[in-house]
Structures are given as C-alpha cells and as structure tokens.
Design a binder for this molecule. Structure first.
Ligand code: PEP
Ligand code: CO
Length: 449
C-alpha cells in the first residue's frame, strides 16, 4: 500500500491549520522549507516500524509506554549533559517498571524536535507592550522584545540541526555502552542518591547486578544487545506542518510515507479537529501517532478521529493520551473508554497527568502538585481495570535536572521554593527524584493486575 486515499504530504494545505505562526515573510518561509526538504531524514522507517511493534504490545498490556521529556526543548540547552541526564532518569524508570513492575518498557522521549508550542493567544502583554506569543524555539525567541518574538523560519532549519545533534548523542549513549544494564548503578544521580527513592533504586540495582553476575557464573553470554543497549525513540508534537511535510519521505523498501522528523508524532489538544489540517496530515503517514484528549471532547468526534487516523485498526498505530486533570478524569474518561471499547478499536491508552493539573501558585509561577499527578495516574489505572481495558502507558513532562517546578513529592517542594530552580521554557516539569517516585508507584500498580 503506497498511500492513503486522496492524501499527499501537502494535502493538509487545503484544510484549516490552527496554531501556525504568522510568518512575516512568505519567501523566507518557503526557502527554509525547501532547504529542509533536501536534508536527510532524522530517523529511518525500519526504526519507526520497530516502535509500532513495541506499541502493539503496549496496546495488549504486554509492555508499558513511558513517554517523557521537556514541555519545550530549548536550543541553548542542546548539550550532552542535558540529554544524558534525561536519558539516565528514563533508564532508571525503565529498570523500576521492568524489574519491580514486571513489564518491558517502550521508551519514547519528548526530545530531538520538541521545539514548537501551541498557545492560547497569538499575542501577550509584557510590561504593557503587546508582543507576539513565544511559540517555541523553532519559531521565535522567548526574550520579550518585538525583534526576538518575530517568527523566523531559519529557526526551523536550526531546530533540525539541533534535533540531529540530539539524536546523534542519544544513539551514541543508547548503543555505545552507556545504557548497558551492568551500568545500572551509574544512572543514579548524585542529588537523588541520598533520597528514599534513590536508595530504593540502589537496592533494585544491586539485585540486577547479582542477576547479571549469576548469568555469567552459569556461562550465559551477557554481551548481548538486550543487556548492552537500550532501544529509545523520539517524539514531538507535530505542530508546524510545513516542517513536518518537509521531513516526510517515501520509504524505498515499502513505498509507504513516513514523517522522518521523529519516530512518533502526536497531535495536541488544540489541533485535533477531525476536519483540520493536523489530522489530514497525520492520517497519511505510517508513524505511530498520539492524540491528546482532554475533558472537552465529543465522544462521536473521538470515534471519527480514531477512524481517520487508524482506518485499518492496526495495533500500535494509535495512542490516545488522556489529559483530564484529577478533577475531571473519572467523569470524563470512563464513558470515553467504554464507548471506544465498544467499537473494538485497537488503542494504546496513555495517561498524561500533567496538562490537566496545571495551576498558578501563590508565587505567580505555573506549577503542578505531585499528589494530583499521582492521583490522576491511579484514577487512570482504576478506570481501565473497571472497564476491562489496558492502561498502556504514561506521558510526563520531566527532566533529569534538579529543578523546583512541581510542588510536593518526597522532598515536599513548597510554593515559596519554586523560584529556586524554576528553569522550564514552558510548563513545569517533574525533577529526577519526583520522576523516580512516580515510577515506583506505577510499578506497584502494574503489579496489582
Ligand atoms: C504539551 O504536551 O506540551 C501540550 C501542549 O499538551 P496538550 O496539547 O495536551 O495541552
Ligand atoms: Co506542556
């Protein structure tokens, strides 16, 4: 099958595309996209198919999807330590979910291209001056001046190269020995080590060490990719459709189209209109696709969306990422899960406990409370258990850095402490310790059923 009916990589242009920047100079924009269209793909179709196979296992409950990373990546933080620290926490969480929770983990980063953000308004007031909103480093700069906020298409080209650099170091770390399971102790962060989570992790790591050692003792080969490498995939919100189109390529072995800007792409809550350009574009590519679903949805619309994005009901193709917030998940997710189960759709159900739980703290900073995040995950699992469906994964905004952006957790970060290390470019992220704490809690939930 070389293509879908009436679809081409540019057919989205005949539909309404929300959340696109107002590029001031059309010629500049066209020329940047022409440059991108000539550049090599960031990922290879065979890898994308591998992810889809892994997600098909998650749909059945035979694996668990862990998707996480920054809300918005920053150009200036494209460094080896930043990538390494995030990878470390994800590897630690994988060990926890795999060892304590008993499930293979499908690891997907919000990384190597998470540079474009949807915004609630085109402009914002800063110190009495109306400026274009910051839309992610691939569009403009967060600096509050009219010049910095001017959308600059060359930023897409720069973003592509930084995504390449990130991808390269990720591949090096995951296949070059850094992710080898015998290094399980070395992933424990200095600032996490002393915490109860860090100590629980160390204990688990010791057991793994012993198991690997025992394999050697009985003469099993431990120099195998399952133990020396990690499979790790990339994802971002497919927001800037010109950029995504430029990186969409036809696979020479199958004739199918793939968006080669990342392994997995998702459609955000604000751009998932069934008759909109984002759905039109993503229905034609063969990547696994995620769709965020929040409390404001119409069940029949979601059914149409699922049919449009996965007409062949292929397992692993479509992940629905529920982002309801602790107050609305029970009343919102239950009927949705029930209705979609009734249709027999093959879906990965993932829980984003971040975006429905954002609020402005007394100190004026946007934050999320650890307890709400944890409770939303629990509610998510319980709803699926009750409906006989599979809680297949989680979607986090997180970092390997020791930030103070979400309140609560083991160290009980309070409002007044948020400003100490509030470094995010956009939404508040879990720090490494809070992330491990959640992984231990999720492992228990995975063990329960
Ligand atoms: C996000 O994932 O950063 C985001 C904007 O989420 P949502 O589309 O669910 O609001
Ligand atoms: Co966000």
């Amino acid at each position: 099958m070389a293509g879908k009916t009436n679809w081409s990589k540019s057919s989205w242009q005949n539909f309404t595309a929300l959340q696109q920047p107002n590029w001031p100079d059309r010629e500049e924009h066209r020329s940047a996209l022409a440059t991108l269209a000539e550049l090599p793909p960031l990922v290879f179709a065979g890898e994308i198919r591998d992810l889809k196979r892994q997600l098909a296992m998650a749909a059945k409950g035979e694996a668990f999807l862990l998707q996480g990373g920054d809300c918005a990546e920053s150009f200036s933080l494209c460094t080896a330590p930043v990538v390494r620290e995030l990878l470390k926490v994800i590897l630690q969480m994988t060990v926890i979910l795999g060892y304590a929770g008993g499930k293979p983990v499908v690891k997907v980063g919000r990384i190597a291209g998470q540079y474009a953000k949807p915004r609630s308004a085109d402009t914002e007031m800063v110190n009495g001056v109306e400026l274009p909103s910051y839309r992610g480093d691939m569009v403009n700069s967060s600096e509050a001046t009219p010049a910095a906020r001017r959308p600059d298409p060359q930023r897409m080209v720069r973003g592509y190269f930084l995504a390449c650099a990130t991808m390269n170091i990720l591949r090096a770390f995951t296949t070059g020995g850094y992710a080898a399971l015998e290094r399980v102790h070395a992933w424990n962060n200095e600032f996490v080590k002393s915490s109860p989570q860090g100590q629980m992790y160390d204990k688990l790591a010791r057991n793994i060490d012993q198991a690997i050692n025992f394999m050697r003792v009985v003469g099993l080969d431990t120099n195998v990719p399952q133990l020396t490498q990690a499979s790790f995939f990339t994802s971002h919100e497919a927001l800037l459709l010109g950029y995504e189109e430029a990186l969409t390529r036809q696979d020479s072995t199958t004739g199918n189209w793939y968006d080669c800007s990342a392994h997995m792409l998702w459609i955000g809550e604000r751009t998932r209109q069934v008759d909109g350009a984002h759905v039109e574009f993503l229905r034609g590519v063969n990547n696994p696709i995620g769709v965020k679903i929040g409390p404001n949805h119409d069940i029949d619309d979601v059914k149409r969306l699922v049919n449009a994005l996965n007409p062949e009901n292929e397992p692993g193709k479509l992940t629905l990422i529920a982002r309801f917030g602790i107050k609305k998940i029970a009343e919102g997710l239950t009927p949705l899960v029930r209705a979609l189960k009734g249709e027999g759709f093959n879906l990965v159900w993932s829980c984003d406990p971040m975006h429905g739980n954002t609020y402005t703290s007394a100190s004026g900073l946007k934050t999320r409370n650890f307890i709400n995040i944890l409770e939303e995950i629990r509610a998510f699992f319980e709803i699926h258990w009750q409906e006989g469906t599979v809680p297949g994964g989680v979607h986090f905004e997180m970092t390997g850095a020791d930030v103070t952006e979400c309140v609560g957790g083991g160290r009980d970060i309070v409002d007044q402490e948020l400003s100490q290390r509030y470094l995010t470019m956009c939404d508040p992220r879990l720090n490494a310790e809070q992330s491990l704490e959640l992984a231990f809690q999720i492992a228990e939930l995975l063990r329960e059923k």
